[in-house]
Design a protein around this ligand. Sequence first.
Ligand SMILES: Cc1cc2nc3c(=O)[nH]c(=O)nc-3n(C[C@H](O)[C@H](O)[C@H](O)COP(=O)(O)OP(=O)(O)OC[C@H]3O[C@@H](n4cnc5c(N)ncnc54)[C@H](O)[C@@H]3O)c2cc1C
Length: 466
Amino acid sequence: MNVATTPDRLLEALAGALGPAGLRTGAEIAARNCADAYGAAPTPPRAVALPRDTKGVSAVLRLCNAAGAPVVVQGGMTGLAMGAHPEPGEIALSLERMSGVEEVDRAASTLTALAGTPLEQVQQAAAEAGLMCGIDLGARGSCSIGGNVATNAGGNQVLRYGMARRNVLGLEVVQPDGTVLRGLNKMLKNNAGYDWTQLYIGSEGTLGVITRVVLGLHPRPEGVQTALCAVPDAASALELLGRLERRFGAGLQVFEAMWSEFLDLATGPLGLSRPFAEPPDLAVLVEVAMGPGEGATEAFAEGLGALLEEGVLADAVLAQSEQDRARLWAYRESPYEYGQLGRVGVNFDISIPRARMAEAVTGLRELRAAHWPGDPCGIFGHLADSNLHYIALIPPDEKNRQGSIDAAVYGLVRDLGGSVSAEHGIGKGKRDWLHYTRTPEELALMRQLKAALDPKGILNPGRVLR
Ligand SMILES: Cc1cc2nc3c(=O)[nH]c(=O)nc-3n(C[C@H](O)[C@H](O)[C@H](O)COP(=O)(O)OP(=O)(O)OC[C@H]3O[C@@H](n4cnc5c(N)ncnc54)[C@H](O)[C@@H]3O)c2cc1C
């Protein structure tokens, strides 16, 4: 069957399989299905398919595969790599009607959810059972657990709980021809042949559609203490990290770095108060779970006091209440307010080997001084995970400068042996830089996998690989 000559028959068949509420076309297509959070101009897809269950997903894929019709998979649309952003003519397969936590198994410490469930709902269900979901990120209210797994999302607690991959025990996936793979494993150990589920984690919707997720849950951390620490430079921050790891072990939950440009934006145009009398070049937001029992705050303060005396820390502000904690987190979350600045962000989510982090920050500062000196920027990130975020804020009518900023920053990443994507994925936004991080042999293997699992190339075409 050829789509170009039989377009209506495909849409009719999809409507037949999904029911009247299951397919939207033309003016019925919601704005949310036309763009993800990358910031590209909205593009309406040919139609939006909204299955209610795995059978519906299977029917959509079977029909589209038979017709050779391209499909873009959509979760919460918070992705920052243009993976779920439609191209004209694509059928958008949205998981938004497949939402709900199906089970929390306390004996196994697992949670099973439909892929379209918002992450925050997953977190709440885990908390209600007295447990904790190891995945957390700023978009928690809108992103879906399926999207989190498809992008192998990271976030603020990777240091303690790992990326999404480390939290997944089982998956249900629909292959492009409609075949349903059910691997809803709940056991920590299961070496029965290839663990095919791993292939789909981080595959950004290019190999199959995730319809159900089984997550391993964790005990809830207790006695969490929060501090904002001033350190002279990246080397001292790494020293601080090592000392905290040795002193508090697995209690260390969060280690978020914010350089002076970032703090200047937060305390200048964004109006937050200055946290330190002497502005540092680098501040680190630290959280440690001290465990149950009295004296957690005192023991934490004592630990930081010792580091102050030794000169590892220049200063520190400790949260004494939940309000204080929110105030300290507001610095780290200030990029969500960059929209107020009347500029657009050129966003980077890069990995740099820890030992070269100081060079990376110096390199970024030198690039800015030479090429975009007038543009404010934010340098921050999950330092313990080798993950740096860089946002250059340029005037909205100068978006054409993005290409040259991309080239400069990704060139630096390549020279330092880093990665062009730490956690947001490749999508279409970073596809042309993938070869800076992956060898020709690795790229060839990725193409072989894509060809084997999606022989007609209908799923998320042009994402990750050209
Ligand atoms: C404010 C904000 C903060 C963020 N913070 C972080 C962060 O700290 N860490 C981080 O990693 N990311 C972060 N992100 C990026 C984004 O939230 C994550 O990439 C998230 O995992 C995407 O989930 P989603 O459901 O919105 O996916 P979408 O945007 O809908 O899709 C993302 C990709 O996954 C594919 N996909 C979606 N659902 C499925 C499925 N069920 N099966 C197969 N493929 C699918 C899509 O085709 C696309 O390629 C942030 C984004 C925002 C806007």
